[in-house]
Write a protein that binds this ligand. Structure first.
Ligand code: HEM
Length: 429
């Protein structure tokens, strides 16, 4: 039996995918591995005319880009992609309804980025994340216990999303926020990088982001007046290296990044974990047998992340003419970094579509990016996925998909790989 993502080529009429295809095709987005393979073997730095972007598909070229954040600018890449061509209207809506337009302070370039990044790193050291183990466990136990007696559930809305949302809201000090509202806010923010939204979608999403910002602004004002034991307080009162504090726009953008960045991605990883358990009896059996072996679980999580990376295509823009993968790119070339294709690169991960925890280089996957912008929340995400995997097999048995694996629907976006709905059946243990 195959699991989602292993299907190599579900669309025979796209055999000549590079000529006719584009990553804007939702069928390619849903099951893209055959397309990645074509890119790597035939045109590893490929210009997609419909996207007006260069698709970077090989592990080695992705490494080159991430190691040089000055030539390959994150700030210019993200800004050009934001709002899918409706930038001015998008910003105007946020100024009018959302308390302001707050550009992302972390999607910037050194030296400014380095200053902000140090602060973010200090919130997520491996040591601090380890201390969160009991809190994550409590949230995970609670969420899984709520669905266990039901026998069926939507794996995204009733398991994966509530786990990541409840935990990050608790850490930020946001209290009990309605989960569906956070899901809507997250999709609205992530849609700005999706390249799939129409003008009407953009307006609807901008209004949701305006709501989100109003909510966060109230929280930040509150912490400025009353410091508490939570992450918003830590950020608002933190001293940067030069002794300064964050300005208001930076604070709003970073709290927004923390709420959103880790929530959809980690939920997607947990959704793919559920698909794997439901479709691969052999892997599920091994997980049931090894659930209390911490080192085994760490390897399991790493291979899961390599095999089905939640983050698919993030962006950069060249600040000068530069050669990449044999192509001469002009200044201003807009790149899409295909992390998942990097993870499929056979010279690094032989038989890459095989789920294989015995690889001796598991840690070389690019699912958290690399270099200066490597994921701030990697340790936290790993911990959340690991504790969820353990708890799911402690509480649930015989997990099954209620739709054929090839009919799993994905949210249309070039940036990530979220599953839209995941109907599951199981038995409580
Ligand atoms: C499985 C879950 C996750 C995945 C797959 C993931 C993936 C990524 C990737 C690929 C990047 C690199 C972006 C780039 O190079 O442009 C990134 C950056 C980032 N991630 Fe994550 N992430 C996850 C979880 C989290 C969590 C839990 C948080 C925090 C709560 C977080 C916060 C961030 C932030 C703030 C950045 C920007 C870092 C920078 O530009 O310096 N992520 N993430």
């Amino acid at each position: 039996m195959t699991a989602a993502g292993e299907t190599l080529h579900p669309y025979p009429h796209l055999a000549d995918a590079l000529e006719g295809g584009t990553l804007l095709d939702t069928r390619i987005q849903a099951r893209p591995n055959f397309y990645y393979r074509e890119l790597r073997s035939r045109d590893p730095v490929h210009y997609d005319p419909q996207l007006n972007m260069w698709l970077v598909s090989r592990h080695e070229d992705l490494q080159t880009v991430t190691q040089d954040p000055i030539t390959f600018s994150s700030e210019r890449g993200y800004t050009a992609q934001m709002a899918n061509g409706f930038q001015e209207e998008f910003q105007a809506i946020l100024r009018e309804h959302g308390g302001g337009f707050f550009p992302d302070a972390i999607k910037t370039d050194p030296p400014y980025h380095t200053r902000i990044r140090k602060l973010m790193d200090s919130a997520f050291t491996a040591h601090r994340v380890k201390e969160l183990d009991p809190r994550i466990t409590a949230v995970v136990q609670d969420v899984v216990a709520a669905v266990a007696p039901l026998g069926t559930a939507d794996g995204v809305r009733q398991i994966a999303a509530p786990i990541t949302i409840r935990f990050i809201c608790e850490q930020l000090g946001l209290g009990e926020v309605d989960g569906q509202t956070i899901i809507d806010w997250s999709y609205a923010v992530v849609a700005q990088q999706s390249r799939m939204q129409s003008q009407d979608d953009m307006v609807a999403n901008a209004m949701k982001i305006a709501d989100l910002q109003q909510f966060l602004i109230a929280q930040i004002h509150d912490r400025q007046a009353n410091r508490r034991e939570d992450m918003i307080s830590d950020l608002v009162h933190a001293r940067l290296d030069d002794g300064d504090v964050l300005n208001f726009a930076e604070a709003v953008s970073l709290v927004r990044a923390l709420l959103i960045a880790g929530n959809e991605t980690t939920a997607t990883a947990i959704s793919h974990l559920l698909v794997l358990l439901a479709t691969r009896r052999d892997v599920a059996d091994e997980l049931y047998a090894n659930r209390d072996d911490d080192r085994w679980l760490n390897r399991f999580v790493e291979e899961l992340l390599r095999w089905e990376p939640p983050s698919r295509g993030l962006t950069r823009m060249t600040t000068r003419e530069v050669e990449l993968g044999g192509k001469l790119l002009p200044e201003g070339a807009h790149l899409l970094l295909l992390w998942a294709s990097g993870n499929d690169t056979e010279s690094v991960f032989p038989d890459a579509r095989r789920f294989d925890m015995t690889r001796d280089n598991l840690g070389r996957h690019l699912s958290f990016g690399a270099g200066a912008h490597r994921c701030v929340g990697a340790a936290l995400a790993r911990m959340e996925i690991k504790l969820t995997a353990r708890e799911i097999v402690r509480q649930l048995n015989d997990i099954r998909l209620l739709v054929p694996v090839d009919e799993i629907r994905f949210v249309p976006t070039i940036a990530t790989h979220p599953i839209a709905e995941l109907p599951l059946a199981f038995r409580a243990r």
